[in-house]
Write a protein that binds this ligand. Structure first.
Ligand SMILES: [Cu+2]
Length: 337
């Protein structure tokens, strides 16, 4: 191979690497789970803070590196001691103090809009479980509305979240909408989110919490106010009685196999509290905290291979139950809109 060819090849590799790196970096800026594509007031404030810090930091970095190149390569000789002293006092003490104080004061002024509870009429309590999210809409004088792994919000409204956990520390994070807040056993932390765009965003647990930490996600669906009101009304209702014979058999099998010891289906004898409320499970986008799509096939897989799909999950696998029964249960769950 000639030198020329080797050069061409190395140039090609370096350029491809740069393109791949740039693509990876830019891909991180978009999508349903990105702090750099804010769709909520808090996320916008955090993104602004990030960009100001990055730009200010970059300017200072270029200045410092420029000065050191100048001193070591351009004018490699002793400089005027008076100028040097001023450079050290000015550039080393005064400039950083002023710049850091300005950035600190500005960033402190951002706290108030981030934390203010003014106008947050909607109150949602979320508990981080191992490894799913228990969600309660606390409607004044209304019934208790519990669901799991999905939060719906009206666009343009401030919602107050109270966060806690019964056992280990989790962290509640919807990058597109706001900052992350820890869920700490024995304590209640709060978070205000105000979505500015409709759409589906992804939330995740941002604090390692055990074997299935990586399978602990949820969807945040931001809707227009009237659609949200309708949805909440539906969630408040008890489950419909099964329509198809198969689903009716499924309801019987659900109760007979002890699913009700851990799951509640409002309007039936199933009143368990260990796992997610399944009253309207079919209305959710995904099951298993973001693990599987919401389809009859996925319900089958979940019941059949629970432990394999989600290590250490507090639901036993029901692979030993006859397939016809599982099929019937899946049909029943699929009707719980
Ligand atoms: Cu977690």
């Amino acid at each position: 191979m000639t030198i020329e060819k080797i050069r061409m090849r190395s140039y090609f590799y370096r350029r491809s690497l740069a393109v791949v790196l740039a693509a990876l970096l830019l891909a991180g800026c978009d999508g349903v789970q990105s702090t750099l594509a804010p769709a909520g007031t808090a996320a916008e404030i955090i993104a602004d803070l990030f960009w100001v810090m990055v730009i200010a930091g970059s300017i200072i970095w270029v200045l410092v590196v420029g000065l050191s190149i100048y001193a070591t390569h351009v004018r490699q000789h002793a400089h005027d001691p008076k100028l040097a002293r001023w450079l050290i006092i000015g550039g080393g003490a005064i400039f950083p103090s002023v710049v850091l104080a300005a950035l600190l004061i500005w960033s402190l002024t951002l706290m108030e809009p981030l934390r203010s509870e003014k106008g947050s009429d909607l109150h949602i309590a979320v508990s981080g479980e191992q490894w799913w999210w228990r969600v309660n809409y606390l409607v004044e004088d209304g019934p208790n509305i519990e669901l799991a792994n999905e939060i719906r919000l009206p666009v343009g409204k401030r919602a107050k979240f109270t966060l806690t956990s019964p056992d280990v520390i989790h962290s509640f994070w919807v990058p597109s909408l706001g900052g992350k807040v820890d869920m700490i056993p024995g304590r209640v932390t709060t978070l205000i989110l105000e979505p500015t765009e409709t759409g589906i965003f992804r939330g995740a647990c941002a604090e390692y919490c055990g074997a299935s930490h990586a399978f602990m996600n949820f969807d945040v669906v931001v809707m227009k106010q009237d659609e949200f009101d309708q949805w909440l009304k539906l969630q408040a209702q008890p489950a419909d009685q099964p329509e198809l014979t198969l689903a009716a058999q499924g309801q019987e099998a659900f109760l007979a196999n002890g699913c009700g010891a851990c799951h509640t289906i409002r309007g039936t004898p199933a009143q368990g509290d260990i796992g997610p409320d399944l009253t309207h499970v079919a209305s959710r986008l995904r099951i298993g905290a973001g693990l599987l799509p919401n389809t009859p096939g996925a319900f089958m897989r979940w019941m059949d291979h629970t432990q394999a799909l989600k290590p250490d999950v507090k639901m036993p696998s029901f692979g030993m139950v006859p397939q016809e029964e599982l099929t019937a249960i899946a049909a029943y769950l699929g009707e719980l809109e």
